[in-house]
Design a protein around this ligand. Structure first.
Ligand SMILES: [Zn+2]
Length: 282
């Protein structure tokens, strides 16, 4: 596997040889930043944990240089911050027993520039080397510009991949903006009722992001609990913790499908649902 930047890294927690480490992957998550895997794709991480036939590989696209810093990290340079964030991501890969953790080390401004094609080429290389059953990334209604950019590049990479090498599913997960607004029939639900201890551990290693007062650990765990409790208003909770996601598989299969129009259809169904509930009560 040839990645564009010499500073890109492939970390393999159990020191398996590179081709074997990658080819065992069944669940692949491609996200923008260090910690996004653990916030949005905890369910596949836990599904693969301690399973001989299921392996999670995480891909972090950006370099972490522009990260907000506070407290202990306040005076860190961009390069020191990058090293801290790489180290934290490796810790999460150990805790979650990932098959591999790939860090592409791409500056945010490059990934946001659609005319720059090397991020897509790197993603194609990874998809060929891993050939996962399911790919997870951000969803198209996320409000973080870098997340949206990563999603568009993932869709582009999957479309360029030979159809027989594509995964069965492409799933868009929630970070910056929850997906509670989607109508229930559109929601992909990911049950996180077990291994609360590991979920806390996976989020807790990202000290440089949490120490400044942004409690992504508590916020993510709280969102999962709220999703489960507010999912069904009449039934007893079947799950105590849920993440939501958007099935974006049609965008992978149909190169003519416009991503903006695709996500607008989810928003229109939400709007119709609101309208109908009001109309019923007139
Ligand atoms: Zn992020």
């Amino acid at each position: 596997m040839k990645l564009h930047l010499d500073t890109a890294e492939v970390y393999i927690p159990d020191q398996q040889a590179l081709p074997q480490a990658l080819s065992r992957t069944t669940h692949l998550c491609i996200c923008a930043h260090q910690d996004d895997n653990e916030i949005m794709a905890a369910q596949p991480i836990l599904e693969c944990f301690q399973q001989p036939d299921k392996w999670f590989t995480g891909v972090v696209v950006t370099d972490g240089r522009g990260s907000a810093r506070n407290g202990l990290y306040e005076h860190y340079s961009d390069e020191e911050m990058r090293l801290v964030r790489f180290k934290e991501q490796r810790k999460a890969a150990v805790v979650g027993e990932f098959a591999a953790q790939i860090m592409l080390d791409i500056p945010s401004k490059i990934i946001k520039d659609g005319s720059n094609k090397y991020p897509v080429s790197d993603m194609i290389e990874i998809l060929r080397a891993t050939q996962p059953e399911i790919v997870y990334t951000h969803n198209l209604a996320d409000k973080h510009p870098t997340h949206v950019a990563v999603t568009l590049r993932v869709i582009e990479a999957l479309r360029q991949l030979e159809p027989q090498k594509r995964p069965a599913k492409l799933i868009g997960c929630e970070v910056w903006r929850g997906l509670d607004w989607m109508v229930d029939s559109d929601k992909v639900t990911m049950d996180l009722s077990t291994h609360e201890n590991l979920q806390f551990a996976l989020l807790g290693v990202f000290d440089s992001q949490i120490v400044g007062g942004k409690r992504y650990d508590l916020a993510s765990m709280g969102r999962r609990r709220a999703n489960a409790t507010y999912f069904e208003s009449h039934d007893v909770d079947a799950a105590t913790s849920l993440s939501y996601a958007m099935d974006m598989t049609p965008l992978m299969k149909d190169a003519e499908l416009n991503p903006a129009e695709f996500v607008q259809a989810f928003i229109l169904r939400f709007g119709k649902d609101v309208q109908e509930r009001i109309d019923q009560m007139k």
